[in-house]
Design a protein around this ligand. Structure first.
Ligand code: HEC
Length: 156
């Protein structure tokens, strides 16, 4: 997992500009400059946060997407996910109508990186009913589910 230097460089520059503006704003008693400085420093912190999050995503899927893996993923999906996301991943499972927000249409996950899908399944989505499967499914099982989701969008 390599650090995202691009994000960190932007954060560093923003922090420098921000701290400079803060220092000047304080010395000269210029409120607007102070606000700009604060804003730049806060934005720098967001960039650092994002860089850390992205660097924690697994970079590659260790489980090859074979027919067997997709089949295992499909079985796990029916057992753990279909109740919300629906049998074909359309977000129309039996529990869906009672959920706010509605479960995601998983056919759009084709564009998401495997590592990001893995992270969503592992951590869930705070603020929604999407549960974390860290303790429910093993790592390997979660990768099988990722492979199944990818295969889902490739069928006609
Ligand atoms: C209790 C209902 C429920 C269950 C069970 C559930 N989900 Fe979800 N899932 C949700 C909801 C609600 C969302 C959030 C929709 C939104 O706001 O984007 C979501 C979001 C997601 C997302 C993010 C999509 C995106 O665009 O970011 C993925 C991927 C996902 N679920 C996969 C799964 C998988 C795989 C399983 C089974 C291992 C599963 N979910 C089980 C309700 C559920």
């Amino acid at each position: 997992m390599s650090p995202r230097w691009d994000l960190l460089v932007v954060a560093g520059l923003l922090a420098l500009v921000g701290l400079g503006a803060l220092g000047y704003g304080l010395r000269a008693g210029r409120r607007p400059v102070l606000w700009v400085g604060l804003f730049a420093v806060a934005t720098a912190a967001l960039f650092v946060n994002q860089a850390v999050r992205v660097s924690r995503l697994p970079e590659r899927n260790p489980v090859p997407r074979t027919g067997q893996s997709v089949q295992v993923g499909s079985r796990l999906y029916r057992a753990h996910c279909a109740v919300c996301h629906g049998p074909e991943g359309r977000g129309d499972g039996p529990a869906a109508p009672s959920l706010v927000p509605r479960p995601a249409d998983l056919r759009r996950t084709a564009r998401m990186a495997d590592g990001l899908l893995f992270a969503r399944i592992t951590e869930g989505l705070p603020g929604t009913s999407m549960p974390a499967f860290r303790d429910t499914l093993t790592e390997e099982e979660r990768w099988h589910v990722v492979n199944f989701l990818k295969a889902l969008t490739e069928e006609p």
